[in-house]
Design a protein around this ligand. Structure first.
Ligand code: 5CA
Ligand code: ZN
Length: 409
């Protein structure tokens, strides 16, 4: 699949700092010091009801990760999937009486437009589940042939007991795992499973549903977790720097994905940091497709809201926090954007060298975007109060805000 066009990232004087980021697996900070090429996998959308503010907030967090790395003069190898076949997508298409392929294409196109408008850097590899199937089948066969997977009425399940490190991404107890598995696409109550938590790797063809050639697995379609693992291993290999997504992916998705990859390769861990963004809510409840309490990026854009203001609204919350989308959040962001634009359009201002370092430090410190925004606010307020004499300062602020925060002033 093609991704979306990249906005230019201006180069800044000096050099950025290595990212210290919270890792879900260890529960602490890790300092990521990749080689010349940093590797990141971010779980993509299931293409319906795209792009809501929750999606946008999560992709904003991982866009910042890349901007920090680019500022350290590293290249970034970024991979993202599109879950363009899965139960919830098929259910939505059925509900609306539309073709699931058309639904996925339409929503993926909308997502690309929204990502472009928000200046999110595109992945180098943007891969659909359907196009990944030829790579998924041999992985499932390998897991089955090595005894790490088993068949149940034609479906193939992964045995969580095959991975000695199972449980070390989420660190959740069994009861919570079972509860979340039932809530998030698993089937813990299906009779005949070795362990109720075992996730499906390959689902045998069902009447009226799409299916593909699965070689020795028979016709069917892939499970959700193996989809991301096949794509990540194909394009990044083991031991990549960041596995990213929202906190609702910690279990089962990222737990199971890590176990699949670790069992397939015998290597540990799959990723150096498992990074999770908080959940955005609306009217007191997590914004979700199932509840339908959604605010869409495209709706705001159509209403004439500047994408830079949407981006500033996202940036005004720490990525790990759960927060609530309100009209006030957007109004505050629009007001801030206005102040910043006014500031950088003046002919001079106070030196911005220290500000660039403050933004760098804030982002390197577990992506503390709110602190970075406050630093820019302070510079703009000083300029308004005392003026300043540096002619290069407004331009430097504008470039730094663009390069590090993805906001075009
Ligand atoms: N296709 C899978 C991942 S492989 C999936 O979870 N798709 S999704 O469309 O449901 O979500 C896409 C991304 O947005 C995920 O990282 C998910 O954690 C995140 N996300 C979904 N809802 C919210 C929300 N309310 N707040 C923050 N992030 C969210
Ligand atoms: Zn995923």
């Amino acid at each position: 699949m093609h991704a979306w066009p990249a906005s230019e990232v201006p180069a800044l004087p000096g050099k950025g700092r290595d990212l210290r980021i919270h890792d879900t697996a260890t529960g602490g900070r890790v300092t990521l010091a990749p080689g010349p090429v940093a590797r990141i996998y971010v779980c993509g959308i299931t293409p319906y009801d795209a792009t809501h503010m929750g999606h946008a907030a999560t992709y904003n967090a991982f866009d910042l990760v890349q901007r920090v790395w680019l500022d350290t003069k590293r290249q970034v190898h970024y991979v993202q999937n599109v879950t363009d076949v899965d139960d919830p997508l098929l259910e939505r298409a059925l509900r609306d009486g539309i073709d699931w392929v058309g639904l996925a294409e339409r929503e993926t196109a909308l997502f690309r437009e929204d990502m472009t408008a928000l200046r999110m850097l595109p992945p180098q590899h943007y891969i659909g589940a359907v196009e990944a199937i030829p790579g998924i089948v041999p992985l499932v066969e390998r897991l089955r042939d090595s005894g790490a997977a088993y068949e149940l009425d034609g479906d193939i399940y992964f045995s969580v007991e095959a991975d000695p490190h199972f449980g070390q991404v989420s660190n959740y107890d069994t009861e919570l795992m079972r509860h979340l598995s039932a809530e998030r696409g698993g089937d813990p109550d299906r009779p005949g499973k070795k362990n109720p938590l075992d996730p499906m790797l390959w689902m045998a063809a069902r009447e009226g549903e799409p299916s593909w050639d699965g070689g020795s697995l028979g016709p069917g379609r892939p499970g959700w977790h193996i989809e991301c693992v096949a794509i990540a291993l194909d394009h990044l290999g083991m031991g990549f720097d960041v596995q990213g997504g929202g906190s609702d992916l910690i279990f089962p998705h990222h737990e199971m994905g890590a176990s699949h990859a670790q069992t397939l390769t015998g290597e540990f861990p799959m990723a150096k940091a498992y990074v999770h963004a908080g959940m955005v809510a609306l009217d007191g409840e997590k914004m979700s497709k199932s509840k339908g309490n959604l605010v869409f990026v495209s709706t705001l854009r159509k209403e004439g809201v500047d994408p830079a203001a949407i981006r500033l609204a996202l940036l005004s919350h720490h990525y790990r926090a759960d927060w609530e989308w309100t009209d006030q959040v957007l109004q505050d962001a629009e007001a801030r954007l206005g102040r910043w634009r006014a500031a950088v359009s003046r002919p001079d201002g106070p030196s911005a060298d220290a500000l660039v370092e403050e933004i760098r430090e804030a982002l390197a410190d577990d992506l503390d975007a709110p602190a970075a925004l406050t630093a820019v606010d302070r510079w703009a307020a000083r300029q308004e109060a005392d003026g300043g004499t540096e002619e290069s300062a407004p331009g430097l602020v504008s470039r730094a805000v663009d390069a590090l925060l993805g906001v075009a002033l």
